[in-house]
Design a protein around this ligand. Structure first.
Ligand SMILES: CC(C)(COP(=O)(O)OP(=O)(O)OC[C@H]1O[C@@H](n2cnc3c(N)ncnc32)[C@H](O)[C@@H]1OP(=O)(O)O)[C@@H](O)C(=O)NCCC(=O)NCCS
Length: 197
């Protein structure tokens, strides 16, 4: 079993697999309202069978090298996760995402976890472009994209439907050379910079 320290006391990044569906569901139940404001994760993970099925999609995606998922644990309790919803090794393009239960927000956990997985994607897997798709009203998530040194590239108007309402989606991205420069200059887990918007 591996666990990567996230530089905050008791915080680690580690596996989140189908056999851990009960742990995921208990975590989702603690954060359902907060997590679901902009993303459909609580609806996707509504009970044990659906949570197990969702984790299986990512387990299969990991085996096929087309998706990835990791859990964030604080003192051994699952409090969130980061993922590559899309991982296209041939094109060198992936799309990262994240979530936390409310008690774990405001500590820099997701920014740090994303730094670990983007480093892995760029440096170990040769990814050239890491995307972040976000509802422009999701300020906390937009701020993560800024902390990761991403550039806002586009706003797709009313492309998504969430809880019955049409929503815009912004595309943010960082390219491999930009990521290396961002890391070299110490960007990341500090105050939110303005972002190149
Ligand atoms: C998006 C989401 C994960 C962001 O959570 P977050 O806690 O703001 O993000 P981080 O874990 O990176 O923490 C950053 C916060 O911790 C603070 N912080 C404290 N110590 C820090 C440190 N050492 N490094 C970085 N930030 C730190 C930052 O100032 C920031 O707080 P602020 O926004 O009040 O300034 C969270 O809002 C969430 O789960 N939302 C619901 C699901 C969702 O919308 N997911 C995104 C889909 S695109």
């Amino acid at each position: 079993m591996y666990a990567i320290p996230l530089g905050v006391d008791g915080a680690e990044l580690g596996p989140l697999e189908p056999w851990q569906a009960e742990e995921l569901l208990a975590h989702m139940d603690r954060g359902r309202e907060y997590i679901g404001r902009f993303v459909p994760l609580p609806e996707i993970n509504k009970d044990l069978p659906s949570a197990r099925a969702w984790l299986q999609v990512y387990a299969d995606g990991t085996a096929a090298d087309t998706r990835r998922l990791w859990g964030i644990r604080l003192d051994g309790t699952l409090v969130g996760g980061v993922l590559f919803r899309v991982f296209d090794a041939e094109r060198g393009v992936c799309e990262a995402g994240c979530w936390l239960e409310p008690s774990a927000a405001g500590k820099g956990l997701v920014t740090r976890a994303c730094e670990v997985i983007v480093d892995w994607a760029v440096e170990r897997r040769g990814m050239h472009r890491v995307e972040w798709h976000v509802d422009p009203e999701n300020t906390a998530s937009v701020n993560v994209a800024k902390r990761l040194g991403m550039t806002r590239e586009a706003r797709l108007r009313e492309v998504d439907v969430h809880r019955g309402a049409r929503r815009d989606v912004e595309i943010w991205a960082v390219l491999a050379p930009e990521w290396r420069e961002h890391r070299r200059t110490g960007g990341g887990t500090g105050p939110v910079a303005g972002g190149r918007v």
